[in-house]
Ligand binder design. Structure first.
Ligand code: BG6
Length: 495
């Protein structure tokens, strides 16, 4: 945390991300006493709006989306007097002069130099123009105090990501650049590091000698909703795997860092991405599968197929599901498959990491005594359940020697009484404190693009003839089952 006076300038101030995530996060940080005494939040966008109108909108948003529920009048009044709105045109130099004036006015009033955080919660085509204009207006000269936060998607492919990186690094110091992947802010995701690197019992078995394979699964019940135009140009591979799922994979596969330091940690994660096996066209055919949802029923409600969603091409080739088998070619992971999958309109919303350990070398019990041939499994459940389970074999009480699988469970609900903050609270607090540990670095983003490019290219170049190939409320297309079943495994799901 920091006590430095801070000014947030949020581009896309009237947008969805601010409404659902950023404003509620800032408000909850305020409620929990994390905001500096002197702060100001300036929402900005093309829509004309007065401070009053903006404040009323945010109150509605917070009442709807904040984890703390409806705002209490007294606290709200205290918070909202620090919030302003400025209409802006990202292309117009005048806009940035206005920001400069506002910053100067705050500094004069506070008799201090505030940290200034520019948050780009806008469509990616605006990243170059806004970052350039902030720098041109000389608003980013103070390397220690000025930071710039960029939302995903960072690039559309390797080339565009490289271009954007080049531009931004020519305008800002690395220490000013904060690339967000909100999965890194999730409580349970951060805990993977604590779990792996603060416990000595795991390290000896965390490798190819003991681990058979790893599964990373992020399934959602939601469809694309009103995000058709964005999603049509994206698909599951870009939207989820290039960023969130590969980041989870990095946490599982990385070597122990020497210290909990931003550069150190990010170096270890880049090492993983660089060790990952690049796909040949033949690998894409055998190790990557895609799907698109058709219509169906979810929780008693009839839902349209992807091609029937608003502003989606009725012949769309965009994948809403992807499953890929990766390898990390280094000593620790040689030969251990990492299966990742993600999809929309799936049977369950659940993000889990499953570590499947190898079987005992020789089973002393008769086959009929065991109910499972996979004896030990570690399941890190990220959401909605927040838990870590170790599955072991145990003797069922009774005269006979009969074994079954039981869970040793660490469950957040039963262990802690305090509510976990939302990912964006953690990440916004880190931007205020100048801590980049939980942010992506440009080279990391590029390495992730580099890895998935062969898959992207193959899929884009070849129309899937079988779309839609899974119905809403299912576990995805059959090809995804086949992908893992071929190796003798199956996708694990929590009951
Ligand atoms: C976003 C994707 O980055 O992550 C969405 O663009 C997806 O398509 C979302 O729904 C999932 O995030 P969470 O926090 O709900 O798991």
């Amino acid at each position: 945390a920091t006590s430095d006076p801070t000014i947030f300038i949020i581009f896309g101030g009237t947008g969805d991300l601010n409404a659902r995530k950023l404003a509620p996060a800032l408000y909850n940080l305020f409620l929990d006493g994390w905001m500096p005494k002197k702060f100001s939040i300036i929402g900005t966008g093309r829509t004309k709006m007065s401070d009053e109108e903006f404040r009323t909108k945010l109150l509605e948003d917070i009442n709807q989306f904040s984890r703390s529920g409806k705002a209490e009048k007294e606290k709200w009044d205290e918070f909202i007097k620090n919030v302003y709105y400025q209409v802006s045109d990202a292309k117009d130099a005048e806009t940035y002069k206005e920001f400069g004036k506002r910053i100067d006015a705050h500094n004069a009033e506070w008799k201090a130099k505030a940290n200034v955080i520019y948050y780009l919660a806008v469509a990616p085509e605006f990243f170059p123009i806004i970052t350039t204009n902030i720098a041109k207006a000389k608003l980013a000269e103070d390397k220690k105090r000025v930071r710039i936060v960029i939302e995903k998607p960072f690039g559309h492919d390797l080339e565009s990501a490289q271009e954007l990186n080049k531009l931004i690094s020519s305008l800002y110091d690395d220490c000013q650049i904060y690339l967000i992947d909100h999965y890194l802010g999730k409580e349970t995701v951060q805990n993977i590091m604590a779990f792996r690197f603060a416990n000595s019992i795991l390290e000896p078995i965390w490798n190819r000698n003991f681990i058979e394979h790893v599964q990373i699964s992020v399934t959602e019940q939601l469809g694309v909703q009103d995000r058709g135009p964005y999603y049509e140009g994206s698909g599951a591979l870009r939207d989820m795997i290039q960023n969130h799922l590969l980041q989870l994979l990095c946490f599982v596969a990385m070597e122990a860092p020497n210290s909990f330091n931003a550069e150190e940690l990010r170096n270890r994660k880049v090492d993983v991405l660089k060790a990952m096996r690049k796909f040949t066209p033949e690998d894409v055919r055998t190790s990557a599968v895609r799907g698109q949802y058709g219509p169906g029923w979810i929780q008693g409600e009839e839902v349209p197929g992807y091609r029937q969603e608003t502003k989606v091409d009725p012949n769309s080739n965009t994948e809403t599901f992807a499953a890929i088998k990766f390898f990390v070619d280094n000593w620790r992971w040689h030969g251990v498959p990492f299966y990742v999958r993600t999809g929309k309109r799936m049977h369950q919303s659940a993000s889990t990491i499953t570590i499947q350990f190898k079987d005992v070398p020789h089973l002393v019990f008769p086959a009929e005594a065991t109910d499972s041939w996979q004896q030990n499994r570690l399941i890190i459940s990220i959401q909605p359940e927040m838990s870590i389970r170790l599955q072991v074999q145990a003797k069922r009480p009774g005269i006979d020697m009969v074994l079954n699988t039981v869970d040793m469970v660490f469950d957040y609900k039963g262990t802690y009484t305090n509510e976990a903050p939302e990912a964006y609270e953690t990440l916004l607090l880190d931007t205020m404190a100048g801590d980049q540990t939980l942010f992506m670095r440009g080279d990391q983003v590029e390495a992730a693009w580099d890895l998935i490019m062969p898959i992207l290219k193959t899929w884009e170049g070849k129309k899937s003839l079988s779309f839609p190939n899974y119905s809403a409320d299912s576990w995805g297309p059959e090809v995804a089952e086949a992908l893992i079943a071929r190796d003798g495994f199956h996708w694990f799901t929590l009951p």
